[in-house]
Ligand binder design. Structure first.
Ligand SMILES: CC(C)(COP(=O)(O)OP(=O)(O)OC[C@H]1O[C@@H](n2cnc3c(N)ncnc32)[C@H](O)[C@@H]1OP(=O)(O)O)[C@@H](O)C(=O)NCCC(=O)NCCS
Length: 438
């Protein structure tokens, strides 16, 4: 890359992330990762990224697991690893191994976050990491006749205590352990701790770092966004990776109980956390309670966004120019498509004669094409037209004839247009006329 191009990209990239930096300052993120991510060495680059998030004013709680490290301890001591319904059967000897393994993983993560070596992204960083008795646990007890002993569940989260720590700029590091009021220690599932903490704090984001890139459906199709309902249908998929099988149910529950977004991203991809958080489309799967996409009628305060959307297509001659004043007058003819709060598509309905309407200004932002938004907008206009008693819809287009033909429009002659529209027809532009009966 030439220096100039590098500079240009750098500046463009830095500007592109500014809205996210502003939006996330003061927000609470819970980032959860299993012992596999630590064993695989990915934790080192993760520490860099956590450092960056912290320095941007994001309030962070990290939750770590330690399954492979516990397995190692058990093996060394010649103990058998036993599970029942996904929970480790934790007798007193197993608990000793859990405490050793979790303790050393905790210290390892703490040490990585405390680095400050020059020539690394950690230079000048002054992260204060704290832990504590924020999680109260209770024993799971006997399941199907099997006593799980020191395997526990989260009973209570000290949300006030956590908020106080976050409020003074500390990063809280939690492990998969909890104590009971009787003074006993319980082995918890990392993902359940993360879920409980995110819900208790009504976190803006809960991020699970997983052993796969994100969620796929039964046909192997990658899902970049899922509603909690859609995720629920996939959560028992036999094709899901070990981590996803554990984390996806937590994601569904957390998003239904007030956590803004739950992200499932791969820990193997360097920088995945940053890409997921600071780019519009992310790299993993995001689970939200409601759909991120919404079609609605346009409002006057959408005009700025509409202009930004259609102006490049007007300049290319694909759409006819509409000055701001015209848009202001005609805003209620427009429907818009939102993705994640940003307007990415629009279409308008004009009535020409009693039963003839025009579908106009159908446009989808270049980054969001081929996601089916064009078709959804077309259907929205058709629905509005039908409601208004319109029987036939036409469209004028210079370059998208086939797109409309494939969606039920047929090519017509200029003469077929309603009189006024025919008189205004621009013979130089030579748009194709297409009609569709509704
Ligand atoms: C036309 C447009 C609105 C389609 O939006 P979209 O959200 O990508 O549409 P969808 O996702 O519903 O449909 C995508 C399909 O249409 C096809 N397609 C896209 N542009 C096409 C064109 N000009 N001609 C034929 N097919 C086209 C894509 O290849 C894709 O096909 P596939 O489903 O087989 O993969 C968008 O390309 C656009 O904004 N174009 C510029 C503005 C324009 O021409 N508007 C129409 C005149 S008012």
């Amino acid at each position: 890359m030439t220096d100039d191009l590098y500079d240009e990209n750098f500046v463009a990239w830095f500007r592109a992330v500014t809205p996210y930096i502003n939006a996330f300052r003061g927000k609470t993120f819970v980032v959860a990762f299993g012992g596999k991510a630590i064993a695989g060495g990915f934790i080192k680059t993760l520490a860099y990224d956590v450092n960056l998030l912290a320095s941007l004013g994001i309030r962070l709680i990290l939750v770590h697991g330690a399954r492979p490290q516990i397995e190692e301890e058990l093996q060394e001591k010649g103990l058998e690893s036993k599970y029942h319904r996904g929970y480790r059967i934790t007798d007193a000897d197993t608990l000793d191994c859990v405490l050793d393994a979790v303790g050393s993983v905790y210290l390892e993560v703490e040490a990585l976050l405390s680095q400050g070596l020059p020539n690394t992204p950690m230079a000048n960083s002054q992260i204060r990491v704290i832990g504590g008795n924020f999680i109260t646990a209770h024993p799971i007890g006997v399941l199907d006749g099997i006593d799980l002993q020191y395997a526990g569940k989260v009973r209570k989260v000290d949300a006030e205590g956590l908020k106080a720590q976050l409020g003074i700029g500390n990063i809280v590091l939690l492990s998969c352990q909890g104590t009971s009021p009787t003074g006993e220690i319980f082995n918890l599932q990392m993902e359940e701790v993360a879920e409980a903490v995110a819900i208790a704090l009504k976190a803006d984001k809960l991020v699970f770092l997983t052993d796969s890139r994100g969620v796929t459906d039964g046909d192997g199709e990658f899902q970049d966004a899922l509603t909690a309902d859609a995720a629920e249908l996939l959560k028992d998929g036999a094709w899901l990776s070990t981590d996803l099988k554990r984390y996806l149910p937590c994601a569904v529950r957390a998003s239904r109980q007030g956590v803004g977004r739950v992200h499932l991203i791969g820990y193997e991809k360097d920088g995945a956390l940053l890409q997921e958080v600071f780019t519009h489309d992310g790299v993993g799967t995001v689970v939200t309670r409601e759909s991120l996409e919404a079609i609605r009628e346009a409002r006057p305060d959408d005009i700025g966004a509409l202009i930004a959307l259609i102006e490049p297509m007007e300049e290319e001659g694909i759409l006819v120019h509409r000055p701001r004043e015209l848009l202001e007058r005609e805003i209620d003819r427009f429907s818009v498509m939102e993705h994640d709060g940003i307007i990415v598509g629009c279409a308008a309905l004009y009535r020409h004669a009693d039963d003839v309407g025009e579908l106009a200004c159908l446009a989808v932002n270049a980054d969001h094409r081929e996601w089916g938004y064009g078709e959804l907008l077309m259907r929205r206009i058709e629905m509005r037209a039908k409601k208004a008693g319109i029987k036939r819809l036409f469209v004028l287009t210079t370059r998208t004839e086939h797109w409309f033909v494939e969606r039920g429009f047929r090519i017509a002659k200029v003469d077929e247009l309603p009189e006024k529209k025919r008189d205004m027809y621009n013979y130089q532009r030579r748009s194709k006329v297409l009609f569709k009966p509704l």
